[in-house]
Design a protein around this ligand. Structure first.
Ligand code: ARG
Length: 571
């Protein structure tokens, strides 16, 4: 069992024994070393219910709790906290077991079907910085879910439908007639801009475009084929970005808005049959008591417009219904900008009301804030244009290359490029993932690329430092017992033993920054350990410590991999 559930269950039993069966144990990692390794904070609450003096109750709990072989000391502190110090032999055993385990001691949950929907770009245009956060946060969450034993479906709910596509198809035909189609599609951004200009300036073109929307939705084979061509080219642009970014998404994960087209009238019918649909000013709407408009009246969510057209949310209802009924998901994480919060609240409310998703299915909007420039405004180029994602990634790699070349001028160029690619992309991703996701953050090249502090380069470098130890050691006894004596050794082993709790916390609350903070702490603890505890000195190797180093390297590499960040053996 992971440490926290283990400690909590032992204290829960103790609370029962002292006559407080309903009290919560509340064990937490200690905030300061002098408070021990963990603290039990549930005594005061229990004392209130039992009308006892908290410190007296704490003593009773200490007498009752069975932590033999787990804790080496339990102390009452302050008004009634219990400080817990874990036993060295217990931690040593945890380290040894983690080294034997394919998941480094991370407990495997009973598998549920978890969908992580992320990236979900609109295919009319090229990927820009606004797509970065969803893509990398979602990817980290998908990796974490799989690591704790979930059955994971990644989903890229691309915007591949709607009126813009009529315009793009019309323009594609024009370009084909002029023999320019292939060239024009190379620059999607320009393609979109030129199509839009044609649409705005030429009435005949605009009418053709509108015609094509109708044909597209009606399933006209020729228009569909052109649309499919456009979608394919656009997706290949996305795939190039995904590969550069080291995210797992591929064509198999794409199920775009168009996929639900045929379900939309069914959604309307089902809502009507359930008596949820009302006609209001010609449109089909659902009134939600849960959401009030500014006059205090129930808010209307439009399902079908007056002209028969459907909305973004209608498609999303179709998607939920499909995911629950056909894919049988248990939990769906929507990694989407915080500005769509209201959309998702309303969507989930309707989906539950209409039984498209039963109460047992968890629908969660994993919201994130905006990436800001130094000026505190949404990140743009100097001239105020949106930044293309490929350009941003290229710049990250180039900046990392300059840094690496400065640090290691003697390495050959290919090696420096390889390091730079891992460091540049790693730094960009880590800078994002290490911030609390719900807030906005300021993008800064220098701080993300620093080799000091809570950054990817620092962690990647820490990993190579651990690995370098093994290059200096010819061999060591892999079967040696792990013996922890020094405080720095205890602290590192404790940190390594917490890996399972941390990964599970991320899986539960979808907060990758917890994993970042943890890895930073592992690297810091390792430095302290390495300074204080000789591993390989005067020709004497300490096999126990080497095993702790081995687990450190594995936890760092695995933790970074869960964030989608690569490590290198040397840097
Ligand atoms: N394509 C949408 C946009 O760019 C995001 C889609 C989010 N997912 C969803 N199921 N609505 O705004």
């Amino acid at each position: 069992m992971s440490l926290l559930p283990l400690l909590n269950s032992r204290f829960a039993a103790a609370l029962v024994a002292v006559g407080a069966p309903d009290a919560q144990p509340l064990v937490q990692a200690a905030s300061r070393p002098e408070f021990g390794d963990y603290q039990m904070n549930g005594v005061m609450g229990a004392a209130k219910v039992l009308k006892l003096n908290p410190r007296e109750l704490a003593q009773k709990i200490i007498d009752a709790v069975d932590l033999a072989g787990i804790a080496s000391s339990l102390e009452i502190a302050g008004p009634g906290f219990i400080n817990i110090k874990l036993d060295n032999a217990f931690l040593a055993d945890r380290v040894a077991r983690a080294l034997q385990d394919a998941h480094l001691g991370v407990e495997q949950s009973p598998a549920q079907h978890v969908m992580v929907e992320y990236s979900s770009v609109n295919l009319a245009k090229e990927m820009h910085v606004g797509h970065l956060r969803s893509t990398i946060i979602g990817d980290a969450l998908a990796r974490v879910q799989a690591y704790v034993g979930m059955n994971v479906t990644r989903q890229n709910h691309v915007g591949d439908w709607g009126t813009q596509f009529g315009m793009l198809v019309a323009f594609l035909i024009e370009q084909q007639q002029e023999g320019n189609a292939d060239i024009a599609l190379k620059d999607l951004e320009g393609f979109y801009r030129r199509a839009k200009a044609r649409f705005d300036e030429d009435e005949t073109f605009a009418n053709t475009a509108r015609d094509y929307v109708v044909k597209l939705q009606g399933g006209d084979a020729e228009v569909r084929a052109l649309w499919a061509r456009f979608v394919e080219v656009s997706l290949s642009h996305c795939n190039a970005v995904y590969q550069k970014l080291n995210v797992l998404l591929d064509d198999g994960d794409v199920r775009g808005e168009s996929f639900y087209n045929a379900d939309l009238p069914i959604i309307v019918d089902e809502l009507r049959q359930q008596g949820l649909l009302v006609e209001s000013e010609g449109a089909q709407v659902v009134f939600l008591d849960e959401f009030k408009n500014k006059d205090g009246e129930p808010q209307a969510s439009i399902i079908q417009k007056k002209d028969g057209g459907y909305l973004y949310s209608t498609t999303d209802l179709g998607a939920i219904r499909f995911r629950v009924r056909e894919l049988k998901i248990d939990r769906c994480l929507y990694v989407v900008d915080a500005r769509q919060a209201l959309h998702f609240q309303q969507l989930f409310t309707i989906a539950k009301k209409a039984h498209f998703a039963p109460d047992s299915v968890s629908l969660e909007h994993i919201a994130f804030g905006t990436m800001m420039g130094e000026d505190g405004k949404p990140f743009k180029t100097r001239s105020g244009d949106v930044v293309k994602l490929v350009d941003l990634l290229d710049e990250a790699q180039q900046r990392a290359f300059d840094l690496v070349s400065e640090k290691n001028p003697n390495l050959d160029e290919a090696t420096r490029r390889e390091i730079a690619n891992a460091v540049g992309i790693g730094a960009l991703k880590y800078a994002d993932l290490s911030k609390s996701r719900t807030t906005d953050y300021i993008f800064n090249w220098n701080s993300m690329l620093s080799f000091e502090g809570n950054t990817a380069p620092y962690l990647q470098y820490a990993y190579t430092r651990v690995k370098s130890i093994f290059r200096k050691v010819a061999q060591y006894d892999q079967n040696a017992a792990i013996v922890l004596t020094e405080p720095a050794e205890h602290a590192l082993a404790l940190e390594l033993a917490r890996f399972s709790d941390v990964v599970h916390a991320v899986a539960k609350d979808s907060q990758p920054h917890l994993l970042c903070a943890y890895l930073y702490s592992v690297a810091t603890m390792f430095s302290r350990f390495y300074e204080n505890c000789p591993v390989n000195q005067d020709g004497v190797t300490n096999a126990s410590r080497l095993k702790v180093c081995d687990l450190t390297a594995k936890v760092l590499a695995t933790g970074l991999d869960l964030l989608g960040i690569k490590v290198l053996e040397t840097m």
